[in-house]
Design a protein around this ligand. Structure first.
Ligand code: TEU
Length: 532
């Protein structure tokens, strides 16, 4: 592993600044609030902090609609606050990765007025549906044409076929890298190249015409040549709709594009159709098969990110675990399942506490544009309120965006003011004060993060799925030189016996209780054996 591949032994922590910590009582998280919590993060042992966008934005999509790439969002603080945050992160031996949103800007970005050639205009719209409901085309009266917006109408897509736009992006990236940031998470970066002849698509799904498009690798190789290759940084592409084969093209070192990507396949296994709101229960064998496919698909040919959570996904303990009677056990079990795989793990704020989904009864309590647009559209189509709320409770992005729960004080100690979104009412029972308990989810995550630094087998070992057809247990081995890790994760309340493997217990989310023969896995039990 070369000097520049430090990210292969790192663990990343994602901060959604709006909901992380509010230092000035305006109810919105800010950069000074993050500075106040850096010791908490250093104690956890994470190596890289990924900040969701902190640039100037009208917040139509909570910062993923950038108005000025060179200014800090006023609610989050000043550029001086940012410089201090970066300095304090580096002083603690951690790294800071920014969220690069360059598939689109805000419609309030000056370019939208001064450089129409930086955007995508057509006389006639296609039938494509936006990720945020409605059409992906908006008519602009001044110009007398439609502009493309895959997301909200205030997020016009940039025209990456224009070399002047690409150079403007590269110049901005150099500006942040010259400040000392340590890399980028690249928002829907596999959507930047659209087919030239955009046309109507079956089911209004234009994704085959804008995902992994004709010039995406050309542009990423140019970005790497012009910018990325000149810095010792880490890059991760957010690439919905990408297969392991395409992921190899993005992450193979010899292709000189990105270090890793986020797959979405495992996040689609509990949806019945192309729409995330169309719920179906997860089948564990589907999850096992999919994660095996990605472990094998990128082994020695690329690099995986490993995640269950982010600011767009419901919280995993409520989704694939059990968040009432077995919350702590299942939170630890899910973490074990992920953290012994090959790749770079991502922890989303609050995941290390076992924070859960939220259930607001009123749509007024929800803030996310994706949710609110969907609600409006489905209500207009006559779908009952309760049916829509069931889907929002299961899959809404605000599940991940309620304030970080620091203590049992008002609003979980996130703000002394009125939070921009209500706190999850379970903050008195679930908060960071519990991290001092040796049996807390936080201390368990801290142990997992430590193993990745200590045991090279986690970074390099071969992955082999065990008990393939078992619908309760996710089990696998990692092997490397003369070492073996055997991981057992019980995803159910059923007690199951498994054959005891070689080696000693490395970690277990219960007090270890091994009889001579088989291992009896208790509800949501995770146990890892290590032989060297
Ligand atoms: O998300 C891209 C994306 O594919 C989302 O539509 C995601 O699949 C969906 O929200 C799941 O419910 C990125 C950012 O992570 C997201 O927060 C932004 O809203 C979006 O791009 C536009 O920038």
């Amino acid at each position: 592993m070369g000097m520049t591949e430090w990210w292969k032994k790192s663990t990343v922590y994602q901060i959604y600044p709006r909901s992380f910590m509010d230092s000035d009582g305006d109810g919105i998280g800010d950069l000074r609030g993050i500075i106040e919590k850096l010791d908490y993060l250093q104690e956890l042992g994470v190596d890289i902090l990924w900040l969701s966008p902190v640039y100037d934005s009208p917040n139509d999509d909570n910062g993923y609609d950038i108005r000025d790439y060179y200014r800090i969002m006023k609610e989050f603080g000043t550029m001086e606050d940012f410089d201090e945050l970066l300095q304090e992160v580096h002083a603690r031996g951690m790294k800071l990765v920014m969220d690069l949103v360059v598939n689109h800007t805000s419609d309030e970005h000056e370019w939208f007025k001064t450089r129409p050639d930086f955007y995508i205009w057509r006389d006639k719209p296609t039938n494509w549906r936006s990720f945020f409901s409605g059409s992906t085309w908006e008519f602009n009266k001044e110009r007398g044409q439609y502009y493309l917006h895959l997301f909200s109408k205030k997020q016009p897509d940039l025209n990456w076929d224009n070399p002047e736009l690409r150079e403007a992006v590269y110049e901005m990236m150099r500006w942040w890298l010259d400040k000392g940031v340590d890399g980028f998470r690249m928002d829907v970066i596999n959507m930047i190249s659209k087919v030239a002849d955009m046309h109507d698509a079956p089911g209004s799904d234009g994704s085959h015409q804008f995902m992994n498009g004709p010039n995406v690798h050309t542009y990423l190789q140019e970005m790497n040549r012009e910018v990325l290759s000149k810095y010792d940084i880490v890059t991760v592409g957010e690439t919905p709709g990408t297969t392991p084969k395409e992921a190899r093209d993005y992450t193979a070192a010899e292709n000189r594009e990105l270090n890793m990507i986020f797959t979405f396949e495992h996040m689609g296994l509990d949806q019945a159709s192309g729409e995330k709101w169309d719920l179906k229960p997860l089948r564990l064998t589907d999850l096992k098969e999919n994660m095996e496919k990605w472990q094998h698909g990128l082994h020695e040919k690329g690099w995986n990110s490993l995640y269950w959570n982010n600011h767009d996904q419901p919280r995993i303990v409520s989704r694939f675990g059990e968040d009432t009677d077995w919350r702590i056990e299942s939170a630890k079990m899910l973490a074990t399942c992920l953290h012994f795989m090959q790749g770079t793990p991502y922890i989303y704020q609050g995941e290390e506490l076992g924070m859960t989904n939220v259930r607001f009864e009123s749509i007024e309590d929800y803030k996310d544009i994706e949710t609110l647009n969907m609600y409006k559209e489905k209500r207009a189509a006559g779908v009952p309120h309760d049916d829509i709320m069931t889907a929002i409770h299961a899959k809404g992005r605000d599940n991940a965006r309620t304030p970080m729960q620091w203590s049992d004080e008002a609003n979980g100690g996130f703000t002394t003011g009125t939070p921009w979104i209500k706190a999850n009412p379970n903050y008195p029972e679930i908060n960071a004060e519990q991290r001092h308990d040796p049996d807390s989810v936080y201390q368990y995550y801290k142990e997992l993060i430590g193993f990745r630094k200590e045991l090279d087998i986690i970074t390099h070992g071969d992955f082999e799925l065990l008990l393939r057809d078992d619908s309760d247990i996710f089990a696998y081995t990692r092997t490397w030189e003369n070492e073996t890790l055997t991981v057992f994760c019980n995803f159910t309340e059923n007690t199951k016996a498994v054959q005891r493997p070689e080696g000693e217990v490395l970690i277990c989310n219960y007090a270890v209780n091994l009889s001579e023969g088989d291992v009896l896995l208790r509800p949501y039990e995770a146990i890892v054996f290590y032989k060297n």
